[in-house]
Design a protein around this ligand. Structure first.
Ligand SMILES: [Zn+2]
Length: 310
Protein backbone atom coordinates (compact mmCIF):
# COMPACT_ATOMS: atom_id res chain seq x y z
CA UNK A 1 0.00 0.00 0.00
CA UNK A 2 1.46 3.38 -0.95
CA UNK A 3 1.50 6.35 1.36
CA UNK A 4 -1.07 7.97 -0.80
CA UNK A 5 -3.33 4.92 -0.53
CA UNK A 6 -2.86 4.98 3.17
CA UNK A 7 -3.84 8.62 3.17
CA UNK A 8 -7.06 7.80 1.32
CA UNK A 9 -7.67 4.80 3.53
CA UNK A 10 -6.93 6.80 6.60
CA UNK A 11 -9.35 9.33 5.27
CA UNK A 12 -10.22 11.60 8.10
CA UNK A 13 -7.33 10.54 10.26
CA UNK A 14 -5.45 13.48 8.79
CA UNK A 15 -4.82 15.31 12.01
CA UNK A 16 -2.74 12.63 13.53
CA UNK A 17 -1.16 11.26 10.38
CA UNK A 18 2.56 11.34 9.70
CA UNK A 19 2.06 12.73 6.20
CA UNK A 20 4.45 15.59 6.50
CA UNK A 21 7.39 13.22 6.55
CA UNK A 22 6.22 10.37 4.36
CA UNK A 23 4.71 11.92 1.23
CA UNK A 24 5.75 14.49 -1.30
CA UNK A 25 5.74 18.26 -0.91
CA UNK A 26 2.24 18.78 -2.31
CA UNK A 27 0.70 16.33 0.12
CA UNK A 28 2.87 17.74 2.83
CA UNK A 29 1.59 21.21 2.15
CA UNK A 30 -1.96 19.99 2.00
CA UNK A 31 -1.52 18.09 5.21
CA UNK A 32 -0.07 21.12 6.96
CA UNK A 33 -2.85 23.30 5.58
CA UNK A 34 -5.47 20.82 6.67
CA UNK A 35 -3.92 20.39 10.09
CA UNK A 36 -3.11 23.99 10.86
CA UNK A 37 -5.71 26.05 9.02
CA UNK A 38 -8.76 24.15 7.88
CA UNK A 39 -9.24 21.66 10.72
CA UNK A 40 -8.99 24.15 13.57
CA UNK A 41 -11.44 26.38 11.78
CA UNK A 42 -13.76 23.47 11.10
CA UNK A 43 -13.33 22.23 14.65
CA UNK A 44 -13.97 25.72 16.00
CA UNK A 45 -17.04 26.14 13.84
CA UNK A 46 -18.26 22.66 14.75
CA UNK A 47 -17.79 23.37 18.43
CA UNK A 48 -19.62 26.68 18.14
CA UNK A 49 -22.36 24.99 16.13
CA UNK A 50 -22.62 22.20 18.69
CA UNK A 51 -22.76 24.67 21.58
CA UNK A 52 -25.41 26.69 19.78
CA UNK A 53 -27.43 23.56 18.99
CA UNK A 54 -27.11 22.32 22.59
CA UNK A 55 -28.15 25.70 23.95
CA UNK A 56 -31.04 25.73 21.50
CA UNK A 57 -32.09 22.18 22.35
CA UNK A 58 -31.88 22.77 26.09
CA UNK A 59 -33.78 26.05 25.65
CA UNK A 60 -36.49 24.31 23.64
CA UNK A 61 -36.54 21.39 26.08
CA UNK A 62 -36.76 23.83 28.99
CA UNK A 63 -39.60 25.69 27.27
CA UNK A 64 -41.43 22.45 26.49
CA UNK A 65 -40.59 20.61 29.71
CA UNK A 66 -39.78 23.25 32.33
CA UNK A 67 -38.42 21.87 35.63
CA UNK A 68 -41.42 21.41 37.87
CA UNK A 69 -41.70 20.80 41.58
CA UNK A 70 -42.20 17.06 42.18
CA UNK A 71 -44.94 17.90 44.64
CA UNK A 72 -47.09 20.75 43.31
CA UNK A 73 -45.87 20.96 39.67
CA UNK A 74 -44.97 24.65 39.96
CA UNK A 75 -41.82 25.85 38.19
CA UNK A 76 -38.56 25.28 40.03
CA UNK A 77 -34.94 26.17 39.29
CA UNK A 78 -33.74 22.62 38.61
CA UNK A 79 -35.37 19.35 37.59
CA UNK A 80 -35.99 16.77 40.31
CA UNK A 81 -36.31 19.29 43.11
CA UNK A 82 -39.13 20.54 45.27
CA UNK A 83 -40.30 24.01 46.13
CA UNK A 84 -39.75 25.09 49.72
CA UNK A 85 -43.44 24.76 50.52
CA UNK A 86 -43.62 21.10 49.40
CA UNK A 87 -40.28 20.23 50.98
CA UNK A 88 -41.62 21.42 54.33
CA UNK A 89 -44.53 18.97 53.98
CA UNK A 90 -42.25 15.92 53.90
CA UNK A 91 -41.51 14.10 57.15
CA UNK A 92 -38.28 12.15 56.77
CA UNK A 93 -37.76 9.20 59.10
CA UNK A 94 -34.86 10.34 61.25
CA UNK A 95 -32.71 8.79 63.97
CA UNK A 96 -32.98 7.66 66.71
CA UNK A 97 -34.75 4.55 65.49
CA UNK A 98 -35.05 0.86 66.39
CA UNK A 99 -32.03 -0.95 64.94
CA UNK A 100 -34.32 -3.72 63.63
CA UNK A 101 -37.67 -2.24 62.62
CA UNK A 102 -36.42 1.26 61.84
CA UNK A 103 -39.34 2.80 63.72
CA UNK A 104 -38.31 6.18 65.16
CA UNK A 105 -38.01 6.56 68.94
CA UNK A 106 -39.18 9.55 70.94
CA UNK A 107 -35.76 9.85 72.53
CA UNK A 108 -32.30 8.44 71.99
CA UNK A 109 -31.55 5.08 73.64
CA UNK A 110 -28.12 4.81 72.04
CA UNK A 111 -26.82 3.30 68.81
CA UNK A 112 -28.05 -0.24 68.05
CA UNK A 113 -30.95 -0.13 70.52
CA UNK A 114 -33.74 -2.59 69.64
CA UNK A 115 -37.35 -1.83 70.57
CA UNK A 116 -39.22 -4.07 73.03
CA UNK A 117 -41.67 -5.00 70.26
CA UNK A 118 -38.89 -6.27 67.97
CA UNK A 119 -37.37 -8.29 70.84
CA UNK A 120 -40.71 -9.84 71.83
CA UNK A 121 -41.79 -10.58 68.27
CA UNK A 122 -38.73 -10.49 65.97
CA UNK A 123 -39.56 -9.90 62.31
CA UNK A 124 -38.24 -12.41 59.73
CA UNK A 125 -36.03 -9.70 58.20
CA UNK A 126 -32.88 -8.25 59.77
CA UNK A 127 -33.44 -4.52 59.35
CA UNK A 128 -36.09 -2.28 57.82
CA UNK A 129 -35.54 1.34 56.81
CA UNK A 130 -37.75 3.91 55.09
CA UNK A 131 -37.15 7.36 53.70
CA UNK A 132 -40.39 9.07 54.71
CA UNK A 133 -43.35 8.84 57.04
CA UNK A 134 -46.35 7.71 55.01
CA UNK A 135 -48.53 10.81 55.27
CA UNK A 136 -49.53 13.88 53.28
CA UNK A 137 -47.27 14.58 50.32
CA UNK A 138 -45.23 11.37 50.72
CA UNK A 139 -48.49 9.41 50.49
CA UNK A 140 -49.45 11.33 47.36
CA UNK A 141 -46.06 10.74 45.70
CA UNK A 142 -46.35 6.99 46.40
CA UNK A 143 -49.84 6.94 44.93
CA UNK A 144 -48.81 9.02 41.90
CA UNK A 145 -46.07 6.52 41.12
CA UNK A 146 -48.36 3.55 41.61
CA UNK A 147 -51.65 4.65 40.10
CA UNK A 148 -50.95 7.70 37.94
CA UNK A 149 -48.03 6.31 35.92
CA UNK A 150 -45.62 8.90 37.38
CA UNK A 151 -42.58 6.69 36.76
CA UNK A 152 -40.60 9.94 36.36
CA UNK A 153 -40.76 10.21 40.17
CA UNK A 154 -38.94 6.89 40.69
CA UNK A 155 -35.32 8.15 40.33
CA UNK A 156 -35.88 10.95 42.85
CA UNK A 157 -37.74 8.71 45.27
CA UNK A 158 -34.93 6.15 44.97
CA UNK A 159 -32.42 8.90 45.81
CA UNK A 160 -34.16 9.55 49.13
CA UNK A 161 -34.36 5.81 49.77
CA UNK A 162 -30.62 5.39 49.15
CA UNK A 163 -29.97 8.00 51.84
CA UNK A 164 -32.29 6.19 54.28
CA UNK A 165 -30.60 2.85 53.53
CA UNK A 166 -27.02 4.16 53.51
CA UNK A 167 -26.01 1.61 56.16
CA UNK A 168 -26.80 -1.21 53.68
CA UNK A 169 -24.17 0.04 51.24
CA UNK A 170 -21.52 -2.64 50.78
CA UNK A 171 -23.55 -5.07 52.90
CA UNK A 172 -26.03 -6.40 50.33
CA UNK A 173 -25.45 -8.66 47.33
CA UNK A 174 -28.62 -8.10 45.33
CA UNK A 175 -31.79 -6.02 45.29
CA UNK A 176 -35.16 -7.74 44.93
CA UNK A 177 -38.36 -5.74 44.44
CA UNK A 178 -41.61 -7.06 45.90
CA UNK A 179 -43.16 -8.80 42.90
CA UNK A 180 -46.64 -8.24 41.54
CA UNK A 181 -48.77 -11.15 40.41
CA UNK A 182 -48.48 -11.36 36.61
CA UNK A 183 -52.15 -10.46 36.07
CA UNK A 184 -51.81 -7.35 38.20
CA UNK A 185 -48.58 -6.52 36.38
CA UNK A 186 -50.38 -6.75 33.05
CA UNK A 187 -53.15 -4.51 34.34
CA UNK A 188 -50.78 -1.86 35.70
CA UNK A 189 -48.06 -2.31 33.04
CA UNK A 190 -45.27 -1.73 35.53
CA UNK A 191 -44.30 -2.72 39.05
CA UNK A 192 -43.72 0.39 41.15
CA UNK A 193 -41.36 -1.49 43.50
CA UNK A 194 -39.30 -2.69 40.54
CA UNK A 195 -39.09 0.89 39.26
CA UNK A 196 -37.63 2.00 42.60
CA UNK A 197 -35.34 -1.05 42.79
CA UNK A 198 -34.04 -0.43 39.26
CA UNK A 199 -32.91 3.07 40.23
CA UNK A 200 -31.49 1.91 43.57
CA UNK A 201 -29.29 -0.87 42.14
CA UNK A 202 -26.60 1.41 40.64
CA UNK A 203 -26.48 3.42 43.86
CA UNK A 204 -25.70 0.24 45.83
CA UNK A 205 -23.60 -1.14 42.97
CA UNK A 206 -25.41 -4.51 43.08
CA UNK A 207 -27.71 -6.22 40.55
CA UNK A 208 -31.47 -5.75 40.64
CA UNK A 209 -33.10 -9.19 40.31
CA UNK A 210 -36.88 -8.98 39.99
CA UNK A 211 -36.92 -12.56 38.66
CA UNK A 212 -35.63 -14.48 41.71
CA UNK A 213 -39.03 -14.60 43.39
CA UNK A 214 -42.52 -14.84 41.89
CA UNK A 215 -45.94 -14.16 43.27
CA UNK A 216 -47.79 -17.42 42.75
CA UNK A 217 -51.12 -16.39 44.19
CA UNK A 218 -53.17 -13.37 43.23
CA UNK A 219 -53.77 -11.88 46.66
CA UNK A 220 -56.47 -9.40 47.63
CA UNK A 221 -55.43 -5.77 47.87
CA UNK A 222 -54.12 -5.23 51.39
CA UNK A 223 -56.13 -2.04 51.86
CA UNK A 224 -58.73 -2.16 54.57
CA UNK A 225 -57.32 -5.34 56.09
CA UNK A 226 -56.09 -5.52 59.67
CA UNK A 227 -52.72 -6.99 60.63
CA UNK A 228 -53.95 -10.60 60.98
CA UNK A 229 -55.94 -10.50 57.73
CA UNK A 230 -52.93 -9.04 55.89
CA UNK A 231 -50.71 -11.85 57.16
CA UNK A 232 -53.26 -14.48 56.07
CA UNK A 233 -53.67 -12.76 52.71
CA UNK A 234 -49.99 -13.04 51.73
CA UNK A 235 -49.13 -16.35 53.40
CA UNK A 236 -47.66 -18.73 50.82
CA UNK A 237 -48.03 -16.12 48.09
CA UNK A 238 -44.35 -16.12 47.05
CA UNK A 239 -42.07 -18.73 45.56
CA UNK A 240 -38.40 -18.91 44.56
CA UNK A 241 -38.20 -21.02 41.38
CA UNK A 242 -35.68 -23.89 41.59
CA UNK A 243 -33.57 -22.35 38.82
CA UNK A 244 -33.25 -19.15 40.89
CA UNK A 245 -32.22 -20.78 44.18
CA UNK A 246 -28.46 -20.57 43.46
CA UNK A 247 -28.85 -16.82 42.98
CA UNK A 248 -30.33 -16.48 46.46
CA UNK A 249 -28.44 -19.10 48.47
CA UNK A 250 -25.92 -17.52 50.82
CA UNK A 251 -26.71 -14.01 49.51
CA UNK A 252 -27.68 -10.91 51.42
CA UNK A 253 -30.87 -9.61 49.88
CA UNK A 254 -32.25 -6.08 50.01
CA UNK A 255 -36.04 -6.18 49.56
CA UNK A 256 -37.51 -3.02 48.05
CA UNK A 257 -41.11 -1.88 48.26
CA UNK A 258 -42.90 1.44 47.91
CA UNK A 259 -44.75 1.52 51.24
CA UNK A 260 -44.41 -0.49 54.44
CA UNK A 261 -47.61 -0.66 56.46
CA UNK A 262 -47.79 -3.68 58.80
CA UNK A 263 -44.83 -5.40 57.14
CA UNK A 264 -46.96 -8.48 56.36
CA UNK A 265 -45.94 -8.58 52.68
CA UNK A 266 -42.19 -8.15 53.19
CA UNK A 267 -42.33 -10.62 56.10
CA UNK A 268 -43.93 -13.30 53.91
CA UNK A 269 -41.35 -12.60 51.22
CA UNK A 270 -38.48 -12.66 53.74
CA UNK A 271 -39.60 -16.09 55.04
CA UNK A 272 -39.69 -17.41 51.45
CA UNK A 273 -36.19 -16.08 50.73
CA UNK A 274 -34.83 -17.49 54.01
CA UNK A 275 -36.20 -20.92 53.10
CA UNK A 276 -34.41 -20.57 49.75
CA UNK A 277 -31.14 -20.05 51.66
CA UNK A 278 -30.72 -16.24 51.75
CA UNK A 279 -28.04 -15.31 54.28
CA UNK A 280 -29.54 -11.96 55.22
CA UNK A 281 -32.61 -9.90 54.41
CA UNK A 282 -32.99 -6.15 54.79
CA UNK A 283 -35.97 -4.06 53.73
CA UNK A 284 -35.95 -0.58 52.21
CA UNK A 285 -39.14 1.33 51.38
CA UNK A 286 -39.93 4.80 50.15
CA UNK A 287 -42.40 5.44 52.98
CA UNK A 288 -43.72 3.64 56.03
CA UNK A 289 -46.67 3.94 58.33
CA UNK A 290 -45.49 5.30 61.67
CA UNK A 291 -48.24 4.91 64.28
CA UNK A 292 -49.21 8.29 65.65
CA UNK A 293 -47.41 10.21 62.87
CA UNK A 294 -49.79 9.62 60.00
CA UNK A 295 -52.81 11.60 58.94
CA UNK A 296 -56.46 10.66 58.51
CA UNK A 297 -56.07 9.56 54.90
CA UNK A 298 -53.04 7.41 55.66
CA UNK A 299 -54.89 5.84 58.57
CA UNK A 300 -57.80 4.99 56.25
CA UNK A 301 -55.40 3.27 53.81
CA UNK A 302 -54.29 1.14 56.71
CA UNK A 303 -57.54 0.55 58.59
CA UNK A 304 -59.97 0.37 55.71
CA UNK A 305 -62.54 2.69 54.20
CA UNK A 306 -60.30 4.19 51.51
CA UNK A 307 -61.47 3.84 47.95
CA UNK A 308 -57.87 4.07 46.84
CA UNK A 309 -56.19 0.76 47.66
CA UNK A 310 -52.57 0.52 48.82
ZN1 LIG B 1 -44.09 22.36 45.31
Amino acid sequence: MSDRDSLVENGFGWHSNPLAETVGPVWQWRAIAVDSIIMPQLAGSAAMFKTAVNAGVSGVRRAMFPPLCLGCRRMTARPGTMCARCWAKLAFVERPWCAVTGLPFDHDHGEGFVSAGAIADPPPYDRARAALVYAGLARRLAQDLKYNDRTDLAPWMAGWMARAGAEFLGEVDLIVPVPLHRWRFLGRRFNQSAELARHLAPRFDVPCRPDVVVRTRRTRQQVGLGIRARQDNVRGAFHVPDAMRPRVKGKRVLLVDDVLTTGATVSALARTLRRAGAAGIDVLTFARVVPGFGDDEAERDFDGGSRRPI
